[in-house]
Design a protein around this ligand. Structure first.
Ligand code: HEM
Length: 567
């Protein structure tokens, strides 16, 4: 008792000395805790029988492979070697489970959706930037918001929006035509007279009836705020895993502090620009919602061609405050931002590499357009667009091969058992297989989008090749048991699958049909190499030109009007 009292007196009298004594004790505790996590915990883990690569390093597990390889590649390699459930290690022994098995995906994404939520740090960042919209919401709130939003994507609305998609496509075509005819050169977007940057020029405005002006290669305040938050021009680097460890510690501290509130007092330019972009996002999106609301009242009877006007004409308007509508606007802009333009630039790249495939699509589109013109229409309607077989096959193939999200994270909200449709070899007893996985609350999971889309057991040995014909081949129909559009993971599956997927497919098809009808695409140079790097989504970068940021430079010529390729 006396000893305790004298220790307390000592601590009060000499707080600095006490702190100095406590620090080593704290560090020792941290060391013991992490040593347990790295060396002992894996032996008691419920995942210990799940197969996977041995860790490359005791402190950063398999992170080096994930950093070195293009997004999704390591997942695909491990899935090919070990099967539809793979365990690997992250920082300080943290275990992660990659899932591509159909029964497991169905369980996590569809039948037990809300038991597998997005990680808290991801949700926190989303809420800070976008407000609490659909991407952020979980559980009952998500169910309610989703029901309200669904009606905006009803078939009749998508039909009306298709008119807007074609208007956007024609604007883009006219800008590109003007550039090709003028032989215009811009040192950043254009490398020579005939090469255009399909990535920067191809950004659609996501059908919001609010022009991002990306079409004319200028940006307004909102577009700039989005670009600085979600697509900074610097190419993402390949940091050493130890750097990630340091970043994690700093990130945890930043999350604990009101760092953005203090941004203007801190000597950090990046923080200041984030703060400024967030303010712009808030002010500008509020203005758009206000303007749209006023217009919606005046133009009630007019057909609506953009998503926000449609949203404001559904009953969602009566049940959501302007602030909630604003949250949905920024959420839709975020989720649709660059996903479609990214897919467009990849497909144009594949066409540049496969002239026969672009010619085949051009012939199909021209034949359909001729029929529409005989009917007195300049463009296809949404049914005609969806009915083009080769266009559909090309769309499936590029979204299979180049999903904007190579994987997406989830965290188990409770202890659970995940079933497997194809058993995997047990890591603890290779003579046995396992057909289910016991997961504990808090377990991190990666949905292997890229790995599932390139599964050789489903798509064959040419799974890494761009071959739209695989979707047309009757003798060899693709049978994937994975739920979701086309049996692919690109838009995920279940109650949290992409709500905008039909919108995305129609906009993608409308723009591609117009571009391929008007232009021929070729590689800028025969030996140009494009690399995939992750920056929110997987984006193209030109090897040895990383400093120029995300780009997809292509040679573009006007397509001959009298081309008569057979479909
Ligand atoms: C090629 C284009 C697109 C792809 C590949 C894509 C993919 C995805 C994926 C994988 C998710 C699930 C993310 C997760 O939960 O981890 C998602 C969610 C979402 N997407 Fe898309 N998306 C695309 C375009 C769009 C467009 C154009 C819109 C809006 C107009 C949109 C709106 C949304 C929304 C709101 C969510 C959240 C849904 C929810 O949690 O209920 N997406 N998208």
């Amino acid at each position: 008792m006396d000893a305790a009292a004298s220790l307390a007196r000592f601590a009060l009298e000499h707080p600095l000395r006490t702190a100095l004594l406590a620090l080593p004790a704290f560090l020792l505790g941290l060391l013991v805790k992490n040593a347990y996590k790295v060396f002992l915990a894996p032996h008691f883990s419920s995942l210990r029988s799940v197969p996977g690569p041995p860790p490359d390093h005791p402190l950063w597990g398999n992170l080096q492979s994930l950093i070195d390889e293009e997004p999704g590649k390591a997942h695909a390699r491990w899935t090919e070697e070990f099967g539809g459930a793979v365990r690997y290690r992250g920082l300080l022994g943290g275990e992660r489970l990659i899932l591509t098995d159909p029964a497991a995906l169905n369980h996590v994404l569809t039948s037990h959706t809300y038991d597998y939520a997005k990680p808290d740090d991801v949700r926190g960042d989303l809420a800070m930037v976008l407000g609490k919209g659909l991407v952020f919401a979980e559980g009952e709130t998500h169910r309610r918001q989703r029901r309200l939003m669904n009606s905006a994507f009803a078939p009749s609305n998508l039909k009306a929006m298709t008119v807007g998609f074609f208007e956007h496509a024609h604007q883009l075509r006219d800008i590109w035509k003007g550039m090709v005819e003028a032989g215009q050169v811009d040192s950043k977007a254009w490398k020579n007279d005939e090469a255009a940057d399909a990535y920067q020029a191809g950004k659609p405005d996501a059908g919001f009836g609010y022009n991002f002006q990306a079409l004319s290669l200028k940006s307004d305040a909102l577009a700039q705020a989005f670009a600085s938050l979600f697509s900074p021009r610097d190419a993402p680097g390949k940091p050493h895993p130890s750097r990630l460890l340091v970043n994690n510690v700093i990130g945890a501290c930043l999350h604990a502090l009101p760092i953005l509130k203090l941004a203007e007092y801190l000597p950090d330019e990046r923080l200041k620009s984030i703060k400024q972009a967030l303010n712009t996002l808030e002010v500008e999106s509020r203005k758009i919602v206000q303007a749209k609301m006023e217009k919606a009242d005046q133009e009630d009877a007019l057909p609506k061609k953009d998503l926000l006007s449609i949203l404001l004409s559904t009953k969602a308007k009566d049940t959501m405050s302007p602030e909630e509508v604003r949250g949905q606007l920024t959420t839709f802009l975020f989720a649709g931002h660059e996903t479609i333009s990214n897919s467009l630039s990849w497909v144009l790249w594949e066409f540049a590499c496969h002239p026969d495939k672009q010619a085949r699509l051009r012939a199909e589109v021209r034949a359909a357009r001729k029929l529409a013109q005989r009917d007195g229409r300049d463009e296809l309607n949404s049914d005609e667009l969806s009915g083009l077989e080769y266009l559909d096959a090309v769309t499936r193939e590029i979204l299979r091969l180049e999903p904007p999200l190579s994987s997406t994270p989830r965290v188990a909200q409770k202890n659970d058992v995940i079933p497997l449709s194809v058993p995997v070899k047990s890591a603890t007893d290779p003579s046995q297989t396992i057909d289910h996985i016991v997961v504990r609350k808090g377990q991190s999971i990666s949905i292997g989008v890229y790995a599932a889309n390139r599964d050789k057991s489903i798509f064959g040995d040419d799974a890494d090749d761009f071959r739209p014909e695989r979707w047309l081949d009757d003798d060899n129909k693709i049978e994937t048991k994975v739920g979701g559009w086309s049996g692919l993971m690109t838009f995920l599956a279940g109650p949290r699958a992409c709500i905008g997927y039909k919108f995305a497919l129609l906009e993608f098809k409308a723009v591609l049909s117009v571009l391929v009808d008007s232009f021929e695409f070729d590689r800028r140079d025969a030996d140009i190499q494009i690399e995939h790097r992750a920056q929110v989504i997987t984006r193209p970068f030109v090897v040895n030109e990383m400093e120029l940021g995300t780009r997809m430079p292509l040679k573009i010529r006007l397509a001959k009007a009298d081309e008569t390729d057979e479909v």
